[in-house]
Design a protein around this ligand. Structure first.
Ligand code: AMP
Length: 570
């Protein structure tokens, strides 16, 4: 059985294609969204999702969030005395989702289609595949998030011929894509985006406003205070979905602050971020050679498009109300499930044909000769231009630049800058050439970009026939096979908290967080409630545990509601 996975910056989802079409698989808590948060306790047990999210405030030193933003980099996350790379943390999320799917479907799951932001580069895509492998999943296909969203809408949309624009703003990334649909053929015309804009940035704006309005300096905050404030800023941000005002109450040191923000002042503070969002939109339309007025439908995808600031911005620039017929949190996962069915060539989707594009330009660096003898190195030479339909294979021929040159070094670059050094170096390959006068030896460089958006480069020396194929590896950023095997064993040794006890663990983690957030008598009540629950858990009587868990949940719900109301009252 194949599953679709939307591995998000803030939340992840797992889906499948069943008898009744695509569907989201609920996690161990019966919820569709699993927060992409990982936490480890003193015994080395790994928590993923909501329980880990609760521990984010109480145990920030052993909890990691937003690691998707660091996929494919060398950044290491310190969780207690252990360190992890982003793909390793992602593999825990994938492991938990795989377990949830297996339990829901009642069969082993070994294959997955995972979505990534369209703007993920080659290294980030490989890191995502690696995360899947570490989780025991064969990643059949990496699919672009906006394409998955388009498939979900394409199947949904009854019109024969439409052009649509997908506006996908998640927790940490922003993707724009322009698509055209003719009957059952869906063509991605252009993709653009920014890997560093997302809902979290809108939270940070509010966090900045909380500090500014109360004359608090960030450097005076402890790490715990900072994380708590960010969490409260997130809650305050969500408040704008319900009202034109949102209040927040928070404590720094001994002082408690109470602040209320209007949507108008929040919107004003978001202008810089909104301006950043505008650029990729303009670029995608230009690349697709489509005018805004030609677009039939604008589709909003990603949790952050629920923010009124973002909705009104989208409505303003597109001059119409965007559609959000499918839950924006679930669209990508629904599309990934349909892609699974397409891969299995299921009857209902057999007719759908999808064409994708390469989201960025891939090329190499060259020496250029200008005005006579002036030779200048380091120029970027595109081989596959951005938004070329994939799969694609292009060959360019290059000659030696110096007399008696003995080797040619081919830099494999990705980016849009005129100068090679400003683009991302994906890898390099060097081939020997016979020493001869400049320009008399040549090589053929072939770039092949496959349907999973993974690049393969072949360099062939034309006179000798010597040929090298490159597996793109950025030096130092990837593990050797032996290291990877050892690391996998270490990771497998870490066990994810058992599914059946998850709800109880979540209650304990939530109780601990509420204890930290509460003051006075309420704290004692929580303390009593949690100790009592721990005592019942130790006795291992299933019936009693269930009864007690129900009571604890009700009590915590009541307390949290009271704490929120107190906040709204001021
Ligand atoms: P995603 O990665 O698609 O799950 O999007 C997560 C982002 O959506 C987070 O930054 C959330 O704060 C944001 N988000 C979710 N619901 C809302 C809402 N009702 N209002 C504003 N932002 C939201």
């Amino acid at each position: 059985m194949k599953i679709g996975i939307d591995l998000g910056t803030t939340n992840s989802l797992v889906s499948c294609y069943g008898e009744a079409g695509p569907r989201i698989i609920p996690n161990r808590l019966g919820e569709n969204l699993t927060p992409s948060v990982v936490s480890i306790d003193e015994e080395g047990t790994v928590y993923v999702g909501r329980t880990a999210q609760e521990r984010c405030v109480t145990h920030p030193e052993t909890t990691a969030t937003l690691f998707k933003r660091s996929m494919g980099t060398d950044k290491e996350f310190q969780l207690g005395n252990k360190t992890f790379r982003a793909e390793e943390l992602s593999s825990f999320v994938l492991r938990a989702l795989k377990e949830d799917a297996e339990s829901f479907l009642g069969c082993p799951v070994t294959e997955a289609i995972i979505s990534v932001p369209a703007y993920f580069n080659d290294i980030q895509r490989k890191a995502t595949k690696k995360a899947g492998e570490l989780a025991g999943l064969h990643v059949e296909r990496i699919i672009n998030e906006p394409t998955a969203a388009a498939i979900a809408y394409g199947l949904h949309d009854r019109e024969e011929h439409t052009k649509f624009l997908i506006f996908d703003l998640g927790g940490g990334t922003f993707d724009i894509s322009v698509l055209e649909k003719y009957g059952t053929i869906m063509e991605v015309r252009a993709i653009a985006g920014d890997n560093f804009i997302g809902g979290e940035d809108f939270t940070k704006v509010l966090y900045g406003m909380m500090l500014h309005k109360n004359n608090i300096k960030e450097e005076d905050l402890s790490q715990k205070e900072l994380l708590r404030l960010l969490r409260q800023a997130e809650q305050c941000k969500l408040g704008f979905s319900k009202s034109n005002e949102s209040a927040v109450k928070f404590t720094v040191g001994e002082t408690t602050y109470e602040t209320c923000f209007s949507l108008a002042e929040y919107e004003e503070n978001c202008q810089l971020l909104l301006a950043k969002i505008r650029k990729p939109i303009e670029r995608s339309l230009k690349d697709a050679n489509v005018r805004l007025s030609d677009i039939d439908e604008i589709v909003l995808v990603g949790g952050a498009t629920r923010l009124p600031v973002v909705r009104s911005f989208a409505a303003r620039i597109f001059g119409r109300i965007p559609s959000a017929d499918i839950d924006p949190d679930e669209t990508v996962a629904v599309g990934a499930a349909i892609q699974c069915a397409m891969k299995e060539r299921k009857e209902e989707v057999r007719e759908i044909v999808l064409t994708e594009v390469c989201p960025f330009t891939l090329g190499t660096s060259v020496v250029t000769q200008r005005m006579g003898d002036l030779i200048e190195g380091g120029h970027f030479m595109p081989i596959i231009e951005r938004n070329t339909v994939i799969p694609v294979s292009r060959t360019e021929t290059f000659c030696t630049a110096a007399n008696q040159q003995r080797k040619i070094n081919v830099e494999i670059l990705q980016g849009e800058s005129r100068m090679a050094k400003n683009n991302l170096l994906l890898g390099e390959v060097t081939v020997p050439v016979p020493p001869r006068p400049a320009g008399e030896e040549s090589i053929d460089v072939t770039y092949t970009y496959d349907i999973n958006s993974i690049l393969e480069v072949q360099v062939k020396v034309n006179s000798t026939g010597v040929s090298r194929k490159v597996i793109i590896q950025k030096e130092g950023s990837q593990l050797t096979e032996e290291e990877a095997r050892r690391r996998m064993e270490e990771l497998n040794y870490l066990k994810i908290h058992p599914r059946d006890q998850e709800e109880n663990k979540l209650l304990l983690a939530r109780g601990e967080r509420l204890y930290e957030e509460a003051t006075g008598e309420l704290r004692q009540e929580i303390d009593f409630l949690i100790s009592d629950f721990e005592a019942v858990l130790k006795k291992q009587d299933k019936g009693k545990i269930e009864q007690k868990a129900k009571e604890v949940k009700e009590a915590l719900d009541e307390m949290e509601r009271a704490m929120e109301e107190e906040l709204l009252d001021f």
